[in-house]
Write a protein that binds this ligand. Structure first.
Ligand SMILES: [Zn+2]
Length: 329
């Protein structure tokens, strides 16, 4: 009997020790923990193409810039839209530096991969899994039976209830096609488009049942082919275009799916470091972020920086602006 009691006490104490010491207990957050502020706002900072490569002085300069932006903006969520690390020998050490400014400030964050994150021989799945497991990360691997690592969604609930007000889709736009005859860059594959389509239908139905309209933003790395069309034929709202859009040659229909579904109001990408424009096309705003990393190629006219997205719960609208380093690249 005593032995059983001792054993029970030992288990109890060890559980208590785990709950006191394990940092995961206050950093393992579920997707429903994003909420509009008491003023009805939700602020996202988009860092893109941070390109942490070797933890040298330039990479530390990028981390300092991220820290300054976070201290100034105090966002509810940070989203890294790929090429977070690039051409690195050690993906763990460079990932640690990349996400540390956000983790240090206890800010929730999400990320997807770009085309460079796994280069230099790393396993793309392992790189994604590593960032999913970090403190304050809301990133998820997503369904295992479709292409890509990191196809998932996050929900933002209202400040006065647990009802979902906005959805954020995060998609892996992959890297390079297996068959290079199919173009330089890979695309969001058909099964990923189907996943979005099905998820959108499900979430729209849930919103309808609750008497609301589903509103969403989408984040991925490589711009869709429609970006170039939007810049030429749509309404350019802001920003610059200093290079031709480096989109996939093949169009796998994600934009068409989003137009048909009607929930996505804007998409946010990176990839082209010297484009930061936003253009409205077929009712969707196609946006570039502002390149953040000093190792990423740039242009003197565009300082390194970030995009700030503020969603208004009451009006159902969102605003964007660029914040940038005060020093030249
Ligand atoms: Zn890049």
């Amino acid at each position: 009997m005593k032995k059983t009691l001792d054993l029970k006490l030992a288990v109890l104490f060890s559980l208590l020790a785990i709950s006191l010491n394990c940092p995961a207990s206050d950093t393992s957050l579920d997707q429903n923990e994003l909420k509009f502020s008491s003023k009805g706002k939700f602020k996202i900072v988009q860092f893109t193409d941070t390109h942490i490569e070797s933890c040298d002085d330039m990479d530390h300069q990028t981390a300092v810039l991220m820290g300054e932006i976070l201290d100034k903006e105090k966002p509810d969520l940070v989203i890294f839209t790929g090429d977070n690390i690039a051409c690195t020998k050690d993906y763990k050490t460079t990932s640690d530096l990349c996400f540390q400014p956000v983790i240090d400030r206890k800010i929730k964050w999400a990320a997807i991969l770009g085309n460079h994150d796994h280069e230099d021989g790393h396993d793309r799945k392992a790189v994604m899994q590593y960032l999913c497991d970090k403190p304050y990360s809301l990133a998820q691997m997503g369904p295992a039976d479709i292409n890509g690592y990191g196809n998932y969604y996050l929900q933002i609930t209202g400040n006065d209830s647990d009802k979902v007000q906005w959805v954020l889709y995060l998609l892996d736009s992959n890297s390079y096609p297996a068959n290079r005859a199919n173009g330089k860059y890979d695309w969001v594959h058909i099964d990923q488009v189907q996943w979005y389509n099905n998820k959108s239908k499900q979430l729209s139905e849930e919103a309808k049942q609750a008497g609301r309209e589903l509103r969403a933003l989408a984040f991925f790395h490589i711009p869709l082919p429609e970006y170039a069309i939007a810049f030429e034929n749509g309404e350019v709202l802001s920003g610059h275009k200093f290079e031709k859009e480096c989109s996939p040659t093949l169009n796998s229909g994600l934009f068409t799916a989003m137009v048909e579904r009607g929930d996505v109001k804007a998409t946010f990408v990176g990839h082209d470091h010297v484009n930061d424009y936003e253009a409205e096309y077929m009712g969707i705003r196609l946006c570039f972020g502002r390149s953040t990393g000093y190792h990423a190629y740039g242009i003197e006219k565009l300082n390194k920086g970030a995009k700030v997205i503020t969603i208004d719960q009451k009006t159902g609208k969102f605003e964007t602006r660029i914040v940038e380093a005060t020093t030249k690249n």
